[in-house]
Design a protein around this ligand. Structure first.
Ligand code: ADP
Ligand code: ASP
Ligand code: MG
Length: 405
């Protein structure tokens, strides 16, 4: 059985009219005898609305209850889409993550998919049904509802594609594909016809919200081609593919901006083996993801370690480090959430020098100060002041000649 997985994001199912349009699109596939598993996100900004509702009740809600709450958004959209299909005469059945048995770890609000059972979906497909699956949610081994992190429906879709051995996963969204930069922030951004898994992974982890980064990890691991395209038009979008299928290896393929990180500096801490290990072990215990790290040696056997963490984890980070600093009897913690990380990504960097220099020079010319730098084989990231974030991204986009004419 040839199975196609499609995912429709929040804007694509924002109201009754949009849901009817999505149903009509699904019908056109169903009419061509294609077996479809459709993953849907919550309608419009309804997940945000649930988050703010919780904030009115509790300033730090228990994560298990957050998952219970947030998972309801997708239950609304799957049922409405199944109804819209029924109205068009297309047999369809909706399923929650728990009904499909999308098994995750216990990490509430940011769980990882461990296994997906496909029996129930395959049975429904064999009976000619379109399967509509709630994105973003799963269950842990104790049957607690979990969610996969904001934007996680992409990951539900690609993981289902992998589990069902589908070759392609179509991600329908509100833009025409993956662009050289966020088209809503960079008017001159261009649509890419293809991008490699590794580039997409870097861009997604560095702020390009068009795909959830774990969806790209799944796609790479299980060789699923992701086709990012618009649910508003019928044009071809962007294919996310293995590197050896990419025709043109650009020096810089895209730029991105991450605004939800914060910088932490530990100054005047002891300069001896084990100190860095202690710091990052504490953070790892709390599952806090550290990104850019810079260490510099000061005078009198004292060190400074600076690094970035997600801004939402700043409070937890401060708590962990305050107790650590007191055990050392030395050190000063400074926190700064007014930063942004601007990045340039491209597989062509592997074989060309000078990209970093070009980026630093462009920022310098605009008077933008760089606080920290981090690089990999295919990316360069700079930590700068948040107020210059969008300007910096546009400057880098144009310096690397990505602007559309
Ligand atoms: P959905 O609800 O469909 O999942 P998202 O809002 O999560 O949609 O993702 C689509 C958005 O991603 C676009 O509206 C766009 O503003 C943003 N975006 C950021 N970077 C890029 C990029 N490089 N290419 C395309 N879109 C991008
Ligand atoms: N509804 C969830 C969110 O808004 C998941 C998703 O849309 O992918 O984050
Ligand atoms: Mg999304």
């Amino acid at each position: 059985m040839q199975i196609l997985i499609q995912k429709y994001g929040g804007t694509s199912v924002a109201d009754a009219e949009r849901i009817r349009k999505v149903a009509a699109r699904i019908k056109s596939y169903h009419d061509r005898q294609i077996s479809l598993v459709v993953v849907v996100s919550a309608m419009g900004h309804s997940t945000d609305a649930l988050v703010s509702l919780a904030a009115q009740i509790h300033d730090s809600p228990p994560k298990r209850e957050m998952d219970m709450l947030l998972s309801t958004g997708e239950q609304v959209s799957i049922s409405l889409l199944a109804m819209a299909l029924d109205k068009l005469g297309v047999p369809a059945k909706s399923f929650t993550g728990s009904q499909v048995n999308i098994l995750t770890d216990k990490n509430h609000t940011n769980a990882r998919i461990e296994k997906i059972e496909t029996d129930r979906l395959i049975e429904s497909l064999k009976n000619g049904h379109v399967c509509i699956v709630a994105g973003f949610q799963g269950v842990d081994e104790e049957r607690n509802i979990t969610t996969l992190g904001r934007g996680g429906s992409d990951t539900s879709a690609v993981a289902l594609a992998a589990a069902l051995s589908a070759k392609e996963c179509e991600i329908f969204t509100d833009v025409e594909g993956v662009y050289t930069g966020d088209p809503n922030k960079i008017p001159k951004a261009r649509k890419l016809s293809q991008i490699s898994y590794d580039e997409m992974l870097e861009l997604a982890s560095l702020g390009a919200g068009v795909l959830h980064s774990r969806s790209v990890e799944f796609a790479k691991k299980y060789n699923v081609v992701i086709h990012v395209r618009s649910s508003f038009t019928f044009s071809e979008g962007t294919l996310v593919l293995p590197e050896d299928q990419i025709m043109e290896k650009l020096l810089v393929t895209g730029v991105s901006l991450k605004k939800d990180e914060a910088r932490v500096s530990l100054a005047d801490i002891p300069d001896r083996p084990g100190i860095a290990a202690e710091v990052f072990e504490r953070l790892a215990e709390k599952k806090i993801n550290v990104d850019v790290i810079v260490q510099s040696t000061g005078k009198n056997n004292l060190n400074t370690i600076s690094f970035t963490v997600p801004a939402k984890d700043l409070k937890d980070t401060e708590e962990s480090l305050t107790s650590l600093v007191s055990t050392w009897g030395a050190g000063e913690i400074t926190l700064d959430d007014k930063i942004a990380i601007v990045s340039a990504v491209g597989i062509g960097m592997k074989s060309h020098a000078g990209v970093a220099a070009g980026m630093f020079k462009a920022l310098a010319k605009a008077g933008i100060n760089i606080h920290m730098i981090s690089t990999s084989e295919i990316k360069i990231s700079c930590v700068i002041d948040k107020e210059h974030g969008e300007e910096a991204m546009r400057i880098i986009h144009s310096v690397f000649e990505l602007d559309a004419n």
